[in-house]
Write a protein that binds this ligand. Structure first.
Ligand SMILES: [Zn+2]
Length: 271
């Protein structure tokens, strides 16, 4: 039975990921992983895309059309579907994810660490500062994996977004952070693959040279989708464009959880 980790690297641009994430590049080059390009859904904003990725719906369909909408998701989503199937969910993520799937508005003390089978995110560890160190978050996720063996875990670091918004995307700081994330994730990806996880690595949106996102240009919307499977099989650089809307049904399909009727896109076919 498959288990899935979704690494949702906030503001990880397609071109920067491809050029600077060398361990992931190695897995692609040796066909131990597949790389697709996602022309991201719009608007290229965080909260709308967290919901799009988890529901397989566009922003106008799920209603989270702006970062300012602070409420629980009202649509079938990955966390709820996996929990309802009797499986285990977890997340190490920004507080907005807790607001979408566990409790809104976010209480920074009560909601920060939860272990509760009744919640959509049963084992949640959340943060509120954009500069919260990615490496600490990666260790938190790695700990959740070892301790609870969740069927689905979301790992959501903010470092690319923080560096891109602070310095602009056409900078050493933004590009170097992609190298940093790749370097820190490499040994964890090896461990998680050993533990039979399928690992998705993608972004919610890109970012432009001004350090902005929200618009329609390719730098603001194009993100990678790397897929690493425990059977070591991949297509290399598939040179294929796929959709953010395929992520949710693809993950549920792997987990053998019924795909809600609201998720209209076909799951990606993996080898
Ligand atoms: Zn974002």
């Amino acid at each position: 039975m498959a288990k899935v980790i979704l690494v949702l690297s906030d503001a990880l641009r397609y071109d920067v990921a491809k050029a600077n994430m060398g361990f992931l590049g190695h897995l692609v080059e040796t066909k131990q992983a597949s790389l697709y390009k996602i022309i991201g859904e719009l608007p290229s904003m965080s909260r709308p895309m967290y919901e799009t990725i988890h529901t397989g719906l566009s922003s106008s369909q799920h209603g989270i059309v702006s970062n300012s909408i602070t409420r629980l998701s009202t649509k079938p989503n990955i966390f709820q579907a996996v929990k309802d199937a009797g499986k285990v969910t977890a997340a190490a993520a920004y507080s907005w994810v807790s607001e979408l799937y566990n409790h809104a508005p976010y209480d920074p003390i009560e909601d920060k660490e939860v272990d509760d089978k009744a919640l959509s995110i049963q084992h949640g560890r959340f943060y509120t500062e954009d500069e919260y160190p990615d490496s600490e978050l990666f260790f938190t996720a790695a700990h959740l994996i070892r301790k609870f063996s969740p069927d689905y875990l979301l790992l959501h670091p903010m470092g690319m977004d923080y560096h891109g918004e602070t310095f602009g995307a056409d900078t050493k700081e933004y590009r170097s952070h992609a190298i940093y994330q790749d370097k820190k994730l490499a040994p964890l990806i090896m461990e998680w693959r050993e533990r039979e996880y399928t690992i998705f690595v993608t972004g919610d949106h890109g970012i432009n040279a001004d350090g902005d996102h929200g618009g329609t240009t390719s730098d603001q919307r194009d993100v990678p989708l790397f897929i690493i499977q425990p059977n070591f099989k991949g297509r290399g650089d598939a040179e294929e464009v796929v959709s953010h809307l395929q992520i949710a049904p693809s993950i549920l399909n792997l987990l053998e959880v019924p795909i809600p009727k609201t998720m209209k896109y076909q799951p990606l076919l993996l080898d």
